[in-house]
Design a binder for this molecule. Structure first.
Ligand SMILES: Nc1nc2c(c(=O)[nH]1)N[C@@H](CN(C=O)c1ccc(C(=O)N[C@@H](CCC(=O)O)C(=O)O)cc1)CN2
Length: 396
């Protein structure tokens, strides 16, 4: 079983979009992201959907900020009047600084027709449920279809479970446009029919419906569900079944970040008219692995050397976590898992995770050519420290 890393895709697309960051910043363009709060009498199930909307709205704020577009994040009470919401939508339509708008689902029923007021050309996530000049369906559907395309073979057959819903239907449209054979299963259908397919997409939002009993050994399973729980987010695939498919998108960390990548790509297309090159997940992964293979041994030697020569430079963050922090990177050693991670300083994202015993790179993402150049400089500095035996501090 291999976990597909949605953050790898998001980081790749983010870097591509950041090439236009100064243009976006100079233009002072905005994206409106609107979500409703849950009403007090909502069921637990509905509350969970509003919570998912909050989490995904915050991810959208982060990606748009990263590429230089100002997010205008609007959180609304479900008790506002319909006229008030209509007014907000109208002002978004009229404001030329606002390139795009997203209204997070679910929305209280009384506002459904207000969504139809949104100017189609600003509808980046097809929240109006109607395609526009730019896009066929929602970003989630496109992201799922793109990951399927990375794995589909000529004779592939894709089961789209929940294919009658808006996102599922969008997936089917994208797959058909790419001439990938697919069929739709609905709530209540016999889930073992997924055995007729080599790829399964699930967008039911029904937590854990795919158990190890249901799921055969597919080439790929794409889990488009996201249900927040007290112990973290859960998808449509039960954790017990993760080991079965050859490749699976985990929740969290799979389709969620891929959706953010698609939204960033879409914004570049809508605002600048630029269509970014199509990514292929397996190709991106190979590229990242090659880059990590250059950096990981340097990080390993550097950490060991610093721990011996300058033990005071290593911070004990937790009982089992030891951190060496420079102005560019942070290297952490976890003594329980015996693994080393490399991240950029002040960023949460792990670029590389290395298991020391096997020397196996478990994670490789977000690594740029500039990172390679910096680490090669570190290598040169390490070499010269060894040959000259001089005590020169190396900038990490
Ligand atoms: N108009 C829209 N409304 C809503 C969308 C949407 O894409 N467009 N998304 C849903 C909720 N959702 C999927 O159903 C969703 C939830 C979470 C994420 C996400 O980015 N998750 C990340 C981060 C997780 C975390 O921080 O815990 C991940 O999976 O890694 C995306 C989509 C609501 N309404």
């Amino acid at each position: 079983m291999t976990l597909i890393d949605g953050q790898l895709i998001r980081e790749h697309v983010k870097q591509e979009c950041q090439k236009y960051k100064s243009i976006f910043q100079a233009s002072q363009k905005e994206v409106a992201i609107i979500r409703f709060e849950s009403s007090e009498n909502a069921s637990n199930e509905l509350r969970a959907r509003y919570e998912a909307a909050r989490i995904s709205a915050e991810q959208k704020v982060a990606i748009f900020n990263a590429i230089g577009i100002t997010p205008n994040y609007i959180v609304l009470s479900p008790n506002i009047a319909v006229e008030q919401f209509d007014g907000i939508v109208q002002s978004i339509n009229e404001n030329t600084q606002v390139t795009a708008a997203i209204v997070q689902y679910p929305i209280p029923a009384k506002f459904t027709s207000s969504i139809g007021l949104l100017e189609p050309q600003k509808d980046i996530d097809i929240v109006r449920r109607q395609s526009n000049n730019f896009f066929e369906s929602c970003a989630t559907a496109e992201g799922i279809a793109r990951i399927v395309e990375s794995y589909a073979q000529r004779d592939s057959n894709v089961a789209v479970v929940g294919g009658g819903g808006f996102a599922g239907n969008g997936v089917i449209k994208y797959l058909e446009a790419s001439r990938i054979s697919c069929f739709c299963l609905e709530d209540g259908d016999d889930l073992t029919r997924t055995q007729e397919a080599d790829i399964v997409v699930s967008v039911t939002g029904r937590r854990g419906i795919f158990t190890d009993y249901v799921l055969p050994s597919h080439r790929l399973v794409v889990d488009g569900g996201f249900t927040p729980t007290a112990s973290g987010a859960a998808g449509d695939v039960d954790r017990s079944a993760y080991r079965i498919p050859q490749n699976i998108t985990p929740v969290p960390g799979g389709v969620g970040p891929i959706e953010m990548a698609i939204l960033a790509e879409r914004l570049v297309k809508m605002d600048l008219g630029i269509e970014l090159g199509k990514w292929d997940y397996q190709q991106l992964q190979q590229e990242q692995m090659q880059r990590a293979t250059i950096i990981a041994p340097i990080a390993r030697v550097f950490f060991a050397q610093q721990a011996t020569a300058y033990p005071q430079s290593i911070r004990t963050e937790k009982e089992n976590l030891f951190v060496l922090e420079g102005s560019n990177y942070q290297i952490s050693f976890n003594s329980t898992t015996q693994s080393l991670t490399v991240a950029r300083t002040n960023e949460k994202l792990t670029l590389i995770r290395l298991t020391l015993a096997s020397n196996q790179i478990e994670t490789a993402r977000g690594i740029t050519n500039e990172d390679i150049a910096r680490w090669q400089q570190i290598q040169t500095a390490i070499d010269s420290t060894i040959t000259q035996s001089t005590d020169r501090g190396i900038e990490l």
